[in-house]
Design a protein around this ligand. Structure first.
Ligand SMILES: Cc1cc2nc3c(=O)[nH]c(=O)nc-3n(C[C@H](O)[C@H](O)[C@H](O)COP(=O)(O)OP(=O)(O)OC[C@H]3O[C@@H](n4cnc5c(N)ncnc54)[C@H](O)[C@@H]3O)c2cc1C
Length: 429
């Protein structure tokens, strides 16, 4: 069977490794970070960008279960989600979610999930090389140049190179510089983000079965989201512009105090101070949208997950789509007798249209969540009412479809457009 090199041992890379190892592939994963099973200090991990709770919806869960990971083990990595809470003017507007399929989405501890994937991959014989950074890829020779932890360089060769190395993918960069007519667009959002973590979420009134959103009343200045993580903490992604009086660069105590008092005024003063202290010391991270014209090069190399289609996290789909990529790739291998020259172009054909739709919806949602919009809540209520009254005519609530269903993204985008037309018609009348 094909010898496969996966660059990037994050969520998409590790799940793909499991799918391939189950099909008898010889899989090597090259990961620039250290081994998550020999985790760094919990204090570091709690406030790193990897600590962010991510929401796994039915789409992502199905992809994980199809890879043979038992449901009980997955469930131990998170908490079921039953609703969303939007903080407006210091008060929460709650939107309960009603399951459409048997599976409940999870508010996931990313590190615990990564560890679960790595354990299963290792049991199946996947070889992980940690502290191993991809520097360059020769797409014709199918060879990856890496720098190892001791500073030395080494080549890894295989029959197939998979780039699962995230938004700033080195494999994709090799495609950009090495392939003719490879189109690529990278755009940064107005906001970047910092991760802040507060312990004892329950004491602060945060529910572990809710996702929290902040900043809809900030006139587009601030967008935040938060979810509890299984150690009982709550992790906030605080999204602000990169520059300006109030921005990720702000260090001025008075400005930051006013910000935390305004948007987190319900928290005890000591906890707001804790957030402020973390804000000053934590590094900021970028939010980027990446579009590539193709996800493959002949039968030699494939991009999946954020390497192919990174976007803003405000629809909560990046990881879910990345996991689904792994599952779709495995299905295509089975359908086409592992003929890579057929499977890889087919992967681009099927997934590019889905990635574009998912990104369009994420960007639209980012605009909604980072701008004031009482209408947002009215529209959601209206959509539910209309769908209940005229189920065959009026499309269902999008949030429920996204969280509890795994219909293709381009179909969801069509539904969303249909709803928008209905909504505009309603306003005209
Ligand atoms: C604040 C925030 C909140 C989010 N919330 C959600 C959510 O609720 N739901 C959801 O579905 N998605 C969410 N996302 C998106 C989600 O995190 C990503 O879509 C997902 O992590 C993509 O997985 P991946 O494996 O493709 O990439 P990554 O998770 O980025 O993994 C890439 C891996 O490659 C490694 N790597 C990178 N470069 C190299 C190199 N040169 N050599 C070797 N290794 C390399 C990295 O160390 C990493 O381990 C969120 C993102 C952010 C920023």
């Amino acid at each position: 069977m094909h010898e496969t090199i996966i660059v990037g041992g994050g969520l998409a890379g590790s799940l793909t490794a499991i799918y391939l190892a189950r099909r008898g592939y010889d899989v090597r994963v090259l990961e620039k970070r250290s081994d998550p099973l020999r985790s760094p200090s919990p204090a570091h991990e709690r406030t790193s960008s990897r600590a962010i709770g991510v929401s796994m919806n039915v789409r992502g869960m199905k992809a994980v279960l199809r890879a043979g990971i038992p449901a009980q083990e997955l469930a131990r990595c998170g908490e079921p989600i039953t609703g969303m809470a939007f903080c407006v003017g210091g008060k929460y507007k709650i939107r309960k979610l009603t399951p459409l399929e048997d599976l409940s989405p999870l508010s996931l501890n990313r590190l615990a999930f990564q560890q679960l994937l790595n354990q299963h991959a290792a049991l199946l014989g996947v070889k992980f090389h940690f502290d191993c950074k991809c520097i360059n890829v020769d797409l014709e020779k199918k060879s990856v140049l890496v720098q190892e932890g001791d500073g030395g360089f080494r080549h890894h060769r295989g029959d197939l190179i998979i780039g699962a190395d995230g938004a700033h993918s080195a494999v994709r960069q090799s495609m950009q510089s090495g392939l003719r007519r490879f189109e690529f667009k990278q755009t940064f959002f107005r906001h970047g983000y910092k991760t802040l973590v507060l312990p004892n979420a329950a004491e602060l009134g945060y529910r572990k079965d809710f996702l929290y959103f902040f900043g809809m009343d900030s006139k587009g200045l601030f967008a935040g989201r938060a979810a509890t993580i299984p150690d009982g903490s709550i992790s906030f992604a605080i999204c602000l512009p990169y520059q300006g009086a109030l921005s990720l660069a702000t260090q001025d105590g008075a400005t930051l105090r006013a910000f935390f008092n305004h948007y987190f005024g319900g928290l005890p003063p000591g906890r707001r101070q804790e957030m402020l202290d973390q804000f000053v010391t934590q590094p900021s991270n970028d939010l980027v949208n990446v579009r590539a014209s193709t996800f493959h090069h002949r039968g030699n190399a494939l991009l999946l997950g954020d390497a192919a289609h990174a976007t803003a996290p405000f629809l909560g789909q990046g990881m879910n789509m990345a996991l689904e990529d792994a599952s779709v790739f495995a299905t295509l291998l089975d359908q086409h007798a592992h003929d890579l020259d057929t499977v890889l172009p087919e992967f681009t054909r099927q997934r590019k249209v889905q990635a574009d739709a998912m990104q369009d919806m994420s960007i639209a949602n980012y605009e909604v969540l980072s701008h004031p919009s009482v209408i947002f809540f009215l529209r959601a209520q209206y959509a539910r009412y209309m769908h209940k009254k005229f189920p065959s005519l009026y499309p269902p609530d999008m949030a429920e479809k996204l969280y509890f269903d795994s219909v293709p993204y381009d179909e969801l985008r069509r539904l969303q457009r249909k709803q928008n037309v209905w909504y505009r018609l309603g306003r005209m009348n």
